[in-house]
Write a protein that binds this ligand. Structure first.
Ligand code: AMP
Ligand code: ZN
Ligand code: FE
Ligand code: FE
Length: 289
């Protein structure tokens, strides 16, 4: 490129194919308005929205990266792993995703059963109709509680019933972090630890790095600038790639978060370079799969 105009990416985004509220087209349009040069779609346990998002981004001249966000487990703690550049047609990935989705659906029934036991007659069918996707989750239950008048707001629904430890909280099916990393790698992708500050367990970062994780999401809506700097140092020390994104799920307090976290394109270039290297020089382990 001749002149170095700064360009930015948002690599953590959700649509209504999981618990976001924007369609891929709306999300791409919002990203365009926010002046983003690149976007990745990282819906929970699905890649279904990626084809539409790719089309929408292409029409707007935005670079698109296929992604997903998997809920994994490491030492009895939940860790979200982002997979970037995965092949959305990879059979093994799709088979595993299907399992997670089946469990997510029965989990919705378990959550509404528990609410019913608390004399809140929310029906699972109401949640499924509202979610209208293969990857329903707690935000859909929260929205249904608000819609049906059982709760004044989503925040209140989480606070009263859905957050970890509350009576309608049901744990999710979790893949081990090691298996999730392998699943992402065999689908041709790079595995990145999402929003580490939300895990409250930074000790896991070097351990996961040793287990093959490729990157760390240093920039995130819930990371203060101080935290972001701290994670940039951790990433440099452990030789991890740096990513960042808004984790936009639609409107948040009246504003969409998309574009509020702006990852300088240099980091995306490094990510792409790592992917190229991986494809040209697969490790013996990966080549054997
Ligand atoms: P699930 O994957 O079904 O466990 O739902 C997790 C999603 O719920 C996260 O990605 C957030 O979007 C949302 N979430 C988690 N905790 C809260 C909370 N306290 N208030 C609002 N949304 C939340
Ligand atoms: Zn979510
Ligand atoms: Fe997450
Ligand atoms: Fe997310």
């Amino acid at each position: 490129m001749m002149n170095a105009v700064a360009s930015f990416a948002d690599l953590h985004l959700h649509t209504l194919f999981s618990d976001g509220t924007f369609t891929p087209e709306e999300l791409a349009g919002r990203g365009h308005e926010a002046g983003l040069a690149a976007m990745a779609l990282t819906d929970h346990d699905t890649v279904e929205g990626c084809e539409r998002m790719a089309q929408a981004c292409k029409a707007l001249g935005i670079e698109f990266i296929v992604g997903t966000e998997l809920t994994a487990e490491f030492e009895d703690r939940e860790v979200h792993l982002l997979g970037y550049f995965i092949d959305p047609h990879n059979e093994k990935l799709l088979a595993e995703i299907k399992k997670f989705q089946t469990v997510r659906q029965s989990r919705i029934r378990e959550m509404t059963d528990r609410l019913n036991q608390m004399n809140i007659p929310l029906r699972a069918e109401t949640v499924f109709a509202l979610a209208n996707c293969q990857s329903p989750g707690r935000p859909h239950v929260a929205r249904a509680l608000v819609q049906e008048g059982y709760c004044p707001s989503m925040e209140e629904a989480f606070e009263r019933y859905l957050k970890k430890g509350r009576r309608a909280w049901v744990p999710k099916c979790k893949i081990s972090a090691v298996d999730a990393i392998a699943l992402i790698h065999q689908a041709g992708g790079l595995a990145v630890i999402a929003h580490p500050a939300l895990n409250h367990y930074d000790e896991m970062i070097p351990l996961l790095a040793r287990l093959g994780v490729d990157g760390l999401e240093c920039f995130h809506t819930k990371h203060t600038p101080k935290k972001a700097r701290r994670y940039l140092n951790v990433a440099a020390r452990l030789n991890l790639l740096v990513t960042g994104g808004s984790d936009c799920h639609g409107f948040s307090k009246g504003q969409p978060l998309i574009g509020t976290v702006r990852l300088p394109s240099i980091y995306l270039e490094k990510l792409k370079e790592a992917r190229r290297q991986r494809h040209e020089h697969p490790t013996i382990l990966e080549a054997a799969k």
